[in-house]
Design a protein around this ligand. Structure first.
Ligand SMILES: Cc1ncc(COP(=O)(O)O)c(C=O)c1O
Length: 295
């Protein structure tokens, strides 16, 4: 039976209760992070907590992003769910907490945020998709989609677009802005490779600044690749040599078609493969450093 961590306590998922007046439920008034654990090691935790803390500060939700505390809590939750030896996903949700019914504004009283951490086994299809690649469809629903660039609970359009993609037989939907440029996927950022130059939509386009995107940019530069953060017109994406999507769970997953049009050879390309290896090496490096430093 699944155990979750809710407001400081480990409880059976069926017994976990959140107020009917929680503003996360009523208004999407909250934030979340999805993080991958590799056999118990939570990768990029510092960066995820920093993003969450930044978003929480922006919208005025108190959140304590203590890395040591959260590493301990996450390790314990993985253990309680027997996931400490496996690849797993962790989702940390923070809402503003309950308010008085009928009040549209946040309560005047000091907020009592709701904190929920859930651990799940990793989707077994991810590893295969990292080898064979995925297709995407485009959606043209206005821009920018994330003006505050925070990972808020407002994922309605992302989930609708994802459902649309699945219905079309694709794995991801790419949001295209009014200017015809690709912004990001519903749960991923986009990278193109042409002549060993990496291009990814710039932060100003209204995307969610992904942790994996940040790590990949650092790794690519370290590998001597040129990285451009610039507007990406849709036709540029279609004519790229290679393309890939990034996200904490999917890491680096080749994007092999958009709206049925093939990208490059329509398979995992050499630069994407090289970056996938670098990414895994970075996970191992961080784990070794963390274990040595007990951070
Ligand atoms: C809209 C959106 N963009 C990008 C990403 C990738 O972010 P990260 O690499 O931090 O997982 C996500 C992750 O869920 C997302 O929801």
């Amino acid at each position: 039976m699944a155990v979750v961590y809710l407001n400081g306590r480990y409880v059976q998922a069926e017994r976990a209760k959140v107020s009917a007046f929680d503003r996360g439920f009523s208004y999407g008034d909250g934030l979340f992070e999805t993080i991958r654990a590799y056999a118990g090691w939570v990768f990029g935790l510092e960066r995820h907590l920093a993003r969450l803390k930044k978003g929480a500060d922006q919208i005025g939700i108190p959140f304590e992003g203590d890395v040591g505390k959260w590493r301990q809590v996450m390790g314990e939750l993985l253990r309680r769910n027997r996931l400490h030896g496996a690849d797993a996903s962790l989702r940390l949700t923070v809402t503003r907490g309950p308010d008085v019914l009928g009040s549209l504004l946040p309560p005047d009283a000091p907020p009592s945020p709701t904190l929920l951490l859930v651990a799940r086994p990793l989707d077994a299809g991810i590893a295969e998709r990292q080898q064979v690649g995925v297709g995407a469809v485009t959606v043209h629903w206005g821009s920018p989609f994330n003006p505050l660039q925070i990972k808020s609970l407002d994922y309605l359009y992302n989930m609708l677009a994802m459902t649309h993609a699945k219905r079309e037989g694709a794995q991801e939907a790419l949001f295209v802005g009014a200017d015809g440029c690709v912004i990001e996927g519903t749960t991923s950022n986009l990278f193109l490779i042409s002549q060993e130059i990496l291009t990814t939509p710039h932060e100003g386009s209204g995307l969610l600044p992904g942790i994996t995107r940040e790590v990949v940019i650092e790794l690519a530069k370290r590998e001597g690749l040129i990285v451009r953060e610039a507007p990406v017109p849709l036709d540029e994406a279609l004519s790229a040599d290679e393309a890939f999507l990034t996200g904490s769970l999917k890491e680096i997953t080749p994007l092999i078609s958009v709206d049925g049009g093939r990208i490059g050879t329509g398979s995992l390309g050499p630069v994407t493969r090289r970056l996938q290896k670098c990414y895994r090496a970075a996970v191992e490096e961080e784990r070794a450093r963390g274990i040595r430093g007990k951070s």
